[in-house]
Design a protein around this ligand. Sequence first.
Ligand SMILES: *Cc1c(COP(=O)(O)O)cnc(C)c1O
Length: 389
Amino acid sequence: MNTIEKFNSHVMATYGRYDVVMEKGNGRTAIDENGKEYIDFGSGIGTNSLGYCDEEWADAVCAQARAVQHTSNYYYTKVQADFAEKLCGVSGYDKVFFGNSGAEANECAIKLARKYSFDKYGKDAERYKIITLKNSFHGRTLTTLSATGQDVFHNYFFPFTQGFDFAEANNIDDLKAKIDDKTCAVMFEFVQGEGGVIPLDKEFVEAIFEMCAEKDILTIADEVQTGAGRTGRFLASQNYGVKPDITTMAKGLAGGVPIGACLASEKCAGVLVKGTHGSTFGGNPLACAGGLAVLNKVGDDGFLAQVREKSEYFREKLAQIPEVESVDGLGLMIGVRLKSKKAADICKVAVDNGLLLLTAKDKLRFLPPLNITKEEIDKGIDILSQLLK
Ligand SMILES: *Cc1c(COP(=O)(O)O)cnc(C)c1O
């Protein structure tokens, strides 16, 4: 049996996969089992923020594997302390809880927000409702599916978690109408990723923060995809000049090892106390070592300035392709609407031609490694332009 046959015999068929077996990578190039090379414009859905085998990152993870690979959260580790200190420093948050994925980071945020209101207003106030946005994506666990504002995700797995309502993105009146006495939080992505790379309007974001401040409702930013430098700032919130009470991060934060982080501002940093939340693997030393190596680069203003500069370059090149109808997004999180061709079809032929792409709804989506070079952007765009002729 070859790898693909073996895989399909034993792994649940929850994904549509391309017929490619990835074996290794180098920089921004992925290499399959036959030695074929691919320019990577997807970075494993935004996880490999420093590409493949970044030297400092790989050294840090390997050294940690040879020291302590894991210990229970009943003990302290230096690497978790160092990573937490650095993460709070660059993000401007007071405290962090570590999990292993974006969904877990969001679960933590939801629990934190509900307990904040429970502690302050009591059980009888029933202040448990969380407003999220239509067309959002917050994860695959039952509660984060419930939080996701898309009907296609609300199937099969009944009953879903109660207490979520959905407002239309960029519609201030609709948000105002959905907020009531039972609302404890509003949760949103600054740029809806899976929903089609759609940034929120500045006025709408300002309205969220005004309404929430008025009623002691917590703001939760899901920065699982937009965080860790992806939008040209360490957090997407910095592009909007706001500071959410809670920010969740995951995908690119540790450079490709599983991680999730729920960051809380001073106002709500003390809500989750002993016994109220936990995770066996959360704050795992390998993940923290990877995360620290990412922050040592991505936490630097010069690095982020380069992300912004490459974003401009990337977007200009995309806009020059005749088949491209529009270019949207923020930083190196880019969505492209095509005029007549189907994004999913282009992704498929791109693989055959040595280019890894993503889709988001009916758009092409680009989440390249943050340290991609202009030469690599040129090389990938050349392949794409040919395919779009
Ligand atoms: C990917 C994603 C998630 C889910 O993250 P997992 O690590 O797959 O659980 C949640 N929110 C957003 C915005 C995402 O992009």
